[in-house]
Design a protein around this ligand. Sequence first.
Ligand SMILES: [Zn+2]
Length: 142
Amino acid sequence: MLINHVLESSQTEFRNFNVCPHCEWNGEEALLCRLSEGLPMISRSDGRNFHLLLADRPLPYSAERNEGRTQKTSACFWYLYGADRSATKSLVVLFECATGGKANIYRQIEFIADVLAEELARHQSLAVFYNMQGERILELAY
Ligand SMILES: [Zn+2]
């Protein structure tokens, strides 16, 4: 099933932290770690129920089908809803690469993180795969 809807991004209360306010609130180990260092910390939380963070540096994505010359980038996020850190889940978002280098890519990822945080706050879970086109997000649900 392919769901196509326009999502609104709104600013979550806590942004781009290393020590998670939600994990602290729940009495858990609060320091967030990632697969690789040296990339901007992009994280979101409402301070109570969830956190979401960029897990690794974005990678070029080769689509299986040839959809023209559009270069796509994939970004992997981790998120946790609730208190149990062993319940952390991951998801991948594909998006079209903006021109203008790394700063622009991370600006896009900031926007995506806002959208995902809004979705997570509303539905308490996320799909495993999203395709972002401008401000539209395609969710691949199973
Ligand atoms: Zn947390």
